[in-house]
Design a protein around this ligand. Sequence first.
Ligand code: AMP
Length: 611
Amino acid sequence: MSDDHDSPETTRFADMALSDPVLKALSELGYELPTPIQALAIPHLVEGRDIIGQAQTGTGKTAAFGLPLLDKIELDKAVPQLLVVAPTRELALQVCEAIKGYAKHLKGLRVLPVYGGQGMATQLRSLRRGVHCVVGTPGRLLDHLDRKTLKLDAVKALVLDEADEMLRMGFVEEVEKIMEQLPPVHQTALFSATMPRPIARIAKRFLTDPVEIRTKSKETTVEAIKQFYIPVTGEIKKLEALSRLVETEDFDGMIVFTRTRVATVELSDQLEARGYKAQALNGDMSQQIRQRTVDRFKAADFDILICTDVAARGLDVPRISHVINYDIPFDTEVYVHRIGRTGRAGRDGKAILFAGKRQQRMLSNIERATKKKIERLALPSGNDVKARRIAHFKSFLTSAIESNELDSFRSIVEDYCRETDQDPMSVAAALVHAYQLDRPFSVRHVQIEDVERPRKTAKSKREPVSERPRKTAKSKLEPAPDRPKKPKKSKKPKAPMDVYRVEVGSDDGLEPKNLVGALTNEIDIPSSYIGSIRVGTQHTIVELPTGMPSDVLSFLKNVRVCGKKLNMSHLGNERVPKTASSRRPRDDSGKKAPTPRRKKPKTKPRKKSPS
Ligand code: AMP
């Protein structure tokens, strides 16, 4: 049987026979509607059917299988009942975190990630304590099965996530061995972006009368809109990229799309904290407030509107010159709908998509559906932003001079110059310096864009699987494609350092390289600027350059490493040597960054100080 429709737009989570605790978690996450793959898969999984889903990462497939299968778990039996097999450590951790979020109100439900590279002791301890759901990579799962530390006799449902990736990485035999150990009665959900022959064979051998689910996208053309993408990943980097666009693009109205209602509010708060006027528009707001917000946007009371897809339905505001796809949409139709908010009433429009490393396939799908190449847009450099800020400052000066309200101030300057024998130019320069302390002209140097691999064009096909080189036996066991580069452990940074504590330690499997990897990925800090790292059993101490902005610190509190939140706290700078060297971060101009100012006792996000 095959379920092969267009996105069923009207389905709601509440109509899908999901439990109240799961619905509550979704509402708190701010999910408005099921994505197409969720709308198609959930009813069949709730019903107990096996499914084969052709869906990629980023389409919402974790919730598509997670929501219905979590509901089948008996919480009073702490034995593995849901098993998810994923090709890589990264995906296993990502799925694990998502499942924990969906299971937030399923009291007592325990989820364990099981992957190579993490110490066995932690995994064994958790398995002995009892878990309900295991998410793992094939090699390590098989290892536990061989040692009899993991038993599958109570498993009710198995999920094979990114099955074609597992094939590509040479894991087919391991997957089959795992599947052979499952009890005769269980449900299976197999997800794969493509269906090469060995995967189809697995499906035929192990699945029972599966429903095949595919989301179709209509081909559409979008003419008057110039489309671009910027390769950027991670919330901090996306925020930085958006800030640069806001400062350098010539726009009238800008609409920014996020995936969830929660994200609309968070992003508008973050933009406000950086001094940009932005408003959220989402389904949590009453109709009246939504209408008022749209009216104010139309009247140019503010210029940046942060929306969910549902809230933006039917939005017709001719002044929207820019659409920013801050979170990549789940399918191509949503993309076309989003960018159709610009280029209205015969005007030109510009659509910019943030598409990170893992989203290149969706990007190609969009190109195919819109029959247009989406060009890469070079993000403005720190120097571009600086030039814009200086230009703005000059026009601010011009209007201040033209305002004719300067007489009383002029006499202060004249008195001062007379009393101190200073020349007016020095006085003006000092005032400019003071002015920009709160709104710096310079921009911190950060690597925002992903380092890209060559992208497949819309037309290019996937290489036939049989022609890909197989992995060696060693790499088969423990794949870690995105493993961070070797940290230089002993190299002491010379910039002034502060000391921070994170609540993850060796008991959680943390090694210094994990922390270096997370920090270099999540905030734009080169590894050479990370100071010494002391890993304790329950926590870790790390030195980082002085002057971390408070929004970065709050962001880092929620970053997870080895499956645990960092919960980073600032311990002070007692251990910083007094003779801090002169090596400091450089800005884009290539000059030395200014000496960081002393941290105020309590740092608030600075007004009007983007970046
Ligand atoms: P996935 O394809 O499962 O990796 O999901 C991609 C992203 O979409 C994740 O950040 C999810 O939190 C988010 N997501 C999944 N389903 C929905 C939904 N129905 N509404 C909004 N966001 C979602």
